[in-house]
Design a protein around this ligand. Structure first.
Ligand code: KIV
Length: 264
């Protein structure tokens, strides 16, 4: 049966972990579908892993639409989420609606993801009230890389942790139905996950999140300098499908992420 937002909400309530991965093309999408991944994200990380850019900043809406459309053709079961790329939604709620509309109508995404905290709440509300499901993204938000001064763990220290907690509650109140938490201390991710009704999907945020996501190329050992929250699931497996199935199983049973993949 197709995964919906209702499925993910019920999984959170039942304590069943959500397995998510990124994909950018039809062939990998089909493998993820076969491995029963719950959520597939067409991340703007395609700027890094497909296009070879140093950051996600140059990615355009046209490129996101193209890759989302390719992925959509390979999926039957998972929820399909697509990233709104940098400066395709920050200008105004109307701009966000226009860009999101393209990802849904031309790319066949079920939901869009955007980065940022309380400042994004008006756009989130505007989208949700018009039928566009929204996933938030807090912590290490790669579109902010130049402001953050690099890819660094976020939410450390009391003020930053409090700010992230407040942002999470504000996004939920604005109607966000999912929240990605990236590269934050596991204790903070645990608190936020417990405080929210909506599911959290962690990447470098510890094992207490309701689900986990990795960039597919990272999970398949293709990154020569992986972050510490990455595990190479191809090791010990002799085909891609088995590696992806191993990731799904490890997330579901709670053996990934392990203590070595998190931050304090
Ligand atoms: O762009 C992306 O792939 C993402 C994930 C890392 C969460 O935002």
């Amino acid at each position: 049966m197709a995964v919906t937002l209702d499925t993910l909400r019920k999984m959170k309530q039942a304590g069943e972990r959500i397995a998510a991965l990124t994909a950018y093309d039809f062939s990998f999408a089909r493998l993820l579908d076969a491995a029963a991944v719950d959520l597939v994200l067409v991340g703007d990380s395609l700027g890094n892993v497909i296009q070879g850019h140093a950051t996600t900043v140059p990615v355009t809406v046209d490129e996101m639409v193209y890759h989302t459309r390719c992925v959509a053709r390979g999926l039957q079961r998972p929820l399909l989420v697509a990233d709104l790329p940098f400066l395709s939604y920050q200008e105004s709620p109307q701009q966000a609606l226009h860009s999101a509309g393209r990802l849904m109508k031309e790319g066949f995404a079920h939901m869009v993801k955007l980065e940022g905290g309380a400042a994004m709440a008006p756009a989130v509300r505007f989208l949700v009230e018009r039928g566009v499901p929204v996933c938030g993204h807090l912590g290490l938000t790669p579109q902010f890389v130049h402001q953050l001064g690099g890819y660094k763990v976020q939410g450390r220290g009391e003020a930053a942790a409090q700010q992230l907690h407040t942002d999470a509650l504000t996004l939920q109140a604005a109607g966000a139905a999912l929240l990605v938490l990236e590269a934050i201390p596991r204790a903070l991710a645990t608190q936020v996950t417990q405080a929210l009704d909506i599911p959290t999907i962690g990447i470098g945020a510890g094992a207490a999140c309701d689900g986990q996501v990795l960039v597919l190329q990272d999970a398949l050992g293709m990154n020569p300098t992986p972050a510490r929250f990455v595990r190479n699931f191809l090791l010990g497996h002799d085909d891609l499908g088995a590696a992806i199935a191993a990731y799904v199983q490890a997330v579901r049973e709670g053996s990934f992420p392990g203590p070595e993949h998190g931050y304090d």
